[in-house]
Design a binder for this molecule. Sequence first.
Ligand code: NAD
Ligand code: TYD
Length: 366
Amino acid sequence: MSMTDQPLRADRDPAGLTLWVTGGAGFIGSNFIHRHIAAHSETRFIVVDCLTYAGNPANLAGVDDLPNFAFRRLDIGDAAAVDAAADEDRPDWIIHFAAESHVDRSIHGPAAFVRTNVVGTFNLLETARRLWGQAGGHFHHVSTDEVYGSLGDSGLFYETTPYDPSSPYSATKAASDHLVRAHHRTYGLPVTITNCSNNYGPRHYPEKLIPLMILNCLNRKPLPVYGQGLNVRDWLFVDDHCDAIWEVACRGRIGETYNIGGDCELRNIDVLHRLIRVVAEETNAAVSKLEDLITFVPDRPGHDLRYAMDFSKLHHELGWSPKETFESGLRKTVQWYLANPEWVADIQSGEYRNWVDRQYGGRVKP
Ligand code: NAD
Ligand code: TYD
């Protein structure tokens, strides 16, 4: 049977199965656990994470005491360790979030991106192939719209758009997507892939645009906008992404790729104006005082102009569409950061300060 002959809605039931959720202590992976673990008490969720600067056990507070939760500290770049751990856990599915995920860091130090995103993904695929053989198993690979490169003022990314990555981050994610597809076509490994647009929401490490700007507003620090702030991203609330991944993992067609997007294209400067208004409302601050913090800084090298996703395949096959509006999602996000000062204080120490000094030290005065 060819791939296109396969039936739509190929349901896979995770009840009674063990899932490895790699990168489950990071932003999206931890939200995925929060979103799905309680409703699937017959599924065992094992978070596999080596806890880099972006991995935070506090992201799993409130779910880590559930009987169907377990944590395994493991570096996916270590092939022998991945193999040994898989022999112990015998995962039935692997939902693969683990990655180095920040474009600016990939410009400063691309090697870690090759090791985790390319070699780490390869190690997991090889382990899955050995563990599952031709029977059973499912590998869901979480990827990004950035593999498609940059759009001009018009047009959308489709699943068929040729890959054209610009940064070491997107190049290594592109390589990982190719390896996942190759393992399906060559070895018959049962895989699905999703490529998603920019996420935002609770537990987002504040190196990325939205959480950085929320915290800098709260701390009355400069809001560093790269270039003129005219670059466009397609924003999606993280819970919507987590729901889409669940749908594709359970019901997506094997071997297929699904785009996920927010239908929410905004220029960075407009994101900032909206964010400032929400922060001002939530904290009784003056909008003008926060607007004064906006600081234009030198642009990111190789900065992609615009991303925009066509997600009609996912919508038509699996009925998914985003539920949260940018307004409601942003408000929930700001409220989460206000309600979690300990999480914020913890994050803003140590490694985070080093990163901020390195990235913004020469660009804006603290
Ligand atoms: P994140 O940086 O917040 O989290 C990454 C997690 O992976 C961390 O917990 C980290 O400790 C772990 N990790 C890193 N290297 C590892 C290694 N060698 N071994 C084991 N664990 C390791 O990233 P995120 O924003 O949650 O992104 C998750 C996935 O979603 C990534 O694959 C990313 O490419 C993809 N994605 C992200 C977005 C976005 O807007 N954040 C959008 C589309 C796709
Ligand atoms: P980011 O959150 O790093 O996500 P990505 O680069 O993966 O899209 O950045 C989102 C947009 O915001 C991107 O166009 C770069 C821009 N940006 C700034 O203008 N200032 C900043 O301090 C950061 C971190 C990003």
